[in-house]
Design a protein around this ligand. Structure first.
Ligand code: DC
Length: 214
């Protein structure tokens, strides 16, 4: 079974995807980390995120980098969003994601274009959203917990900028697949969101079994 989870930053899609992978015993890939690794590598190389050739050169990185906690920072997230607009970068990361999605064991992938580009054949597609204010509150609290300096207005502005860029890029923009189930987590606790996601996967797979009994 392939489960595709897409959605904007801080919507809860990362936590939900990890828990889905655990619940259904499936391998998990956070595809945002690949773009973050490109952004981080580009910064190390002193390149400009808006320069497609420099961003493409940064697509060659050691796999161990994906475990580096530095990739999780807001700065690297912003760089990831900027390098991800280049079709060259998306193409360079495409095969790795498609191979992961289509491994025999099945998979859960989270990102922006999993249901639309990487695995349009996914068995289940979830599009996880939340209001920009709710997402900014979550990000603010997360940063405070980590002891990082956090300013709510700056975080909200950054989220809006990132949404705008991710939704309006020409190649593989952030949008729900036509057959995706929407999960709005604005007023949900993370536990309730996880339970709803599990229920959506179960509903989708059982309705498919009813239509297509073995
Ligand atoms: O999910 P994240 O915040 O780690 O993603 C960081 C950026 O990477 C995001 O703003 C856009 C880009 N990205 C993408 O374009 N496609 C994906 N499948 C995943 C992430």
């Amino acid at each position: 079974m392939i489960i595709a989870v897409d959605g904007p930053t801080a919507s809860g899609k990362g936590t939900i995807s990890k828990q889905l992978a655990k619940h259904f015993a499936l391998p998990f890939l956070d595809t945002g980390l690949l773009y973050r690794a490109v952004g981080w590598t580009l910064r190390q190389q002193g390149g400009d995120a808006d320069d497609a050739a420099a961003a493409l050169a940064a697509c060659v990185f050691d796999g161990a980098l994906l475990d580096n906690p530095a990739l999780r920072s807001e700065v690297v997230g912003g760089l990831a969003s900027r390098v991800s607009v280049h079709p060259e970068v998306r193409r360079a990361l495409d095969k790795r994601q498609k191979d992961f999605a289509h491994q025999p064991a099945g998979a859960v992938l989270d990102g922006r274009d999993i249901g639309t580009v990487i695995a349009p054949d996914a068995d289940v597609k979830l599009f996880v959203t939340a209001s920009s204010e709710a997402r900014a509150v979550r990000r603010f609290e997360e940063m405070k917990r980590r002891g990082e300096p956090a300013n709510f207005d700056d975080i909200l502005a950054d989220i809006l900028k990132r949404d705008e860029r991710d939704q309006n890029r020409a190649t593989a923009p952030l949008k729900p697949a036509a057959d995706a189930d929407l999960l709005d987590t604005t007023d949900l606790t993370i536990d309730a969101a996880i339970q709803q996601a599990i229920a959506l996967v179960n509903a989708k797979t059982s309705s498919r079994r009813d239509k297509d009994p073995a």
